[in-house]
Design a protein around this ligand. Sequence first.
Ligand SMILES: [Zn+2]
Length: 315
Amino acid sequence: MNPIRTTNLLRRRVAHPKRPALLCRTGDNAGMSFPLIRSLPGSAPLVLDSPHSGVAYPADFGHACELAVLRQAEDTHVEKLYDFAPGLDVAWVEALFPRSYIDVNRNTTEVDVTMLEDPWSDAVETSPAALNKVRLGKGLIWRMTDDGLPLYARKLTAAEVRARIDRCWRPYHEAVAQAIAAAHARHGYSIHLNCHSMPSVASTYATDFPGLKHADFVIGDRDGTSADPRLSRHLCDILRGFGYDVAYNHPYKGVELVRRHGNPRENRHSIQVEVNRRLYMDEKTLALAAGFETLRADLRRLVEQLLATDPRKLA
Ligand SMILES: [Zn+2]
């Protein structure tokens, strides 16, 4: 494996320093190669993915707003909260590129064509829900931050958006699909946890509920369509048993990753897990906070209990 080149990265990544990345796509810009995805296989029926914790800002991003502002969009440290997963033989997929560069939790049809300097020839979404996210500046390529600041002072080319899709979006979804397929083939079912974190209070342009104080956890299965709701409720009950305040499908139901990869009728269950950042970090400085170790230990207990759960046998 080539050593990770960090010359143009924000900072050296420290998660899983000794574990090899078995699938490690490389990006190439300005002569730099760096990994875009970390994917670690497992033999358990569980698969975890973290699409928004990446901090490797590519040199060709070309954003106008300050990096500190952009970093507020990250689900910072989520990969550290779940770094026990490979040790439990749970497959792990992680985006190393930032969510603000391209959001893999959107469909490729959710392109905001007003951001482009030339025509976009592929299909674009017309559903009200998708158009609403584009209105909030939160399509596949973000137009503005959660606080309404524009990301770019320029138009993007269709070619650079396509390049982000080909280098980041497609390999990420392929890695998640492969991990779920392997778990399902081995066990006859799969449980995919799509791991995120959320600010303690919803920002103005983050959701349709600005100013909402978030629960400790928000569990989403797109109203029971990406996972069997009995399994989702079981997960909520485990967390409540640990003393957490848990919301279900509000204000986050789950988006493209659980929509695309979950199919409960085939015993492929995909559940979005949003954890409140105030439980583990300082939301302004992004530093880890005192609660981090407790939360990580509880997430490990959650995963261990799910490893002992066969969703086909839930009453
Ligand atoms: Zn997220």
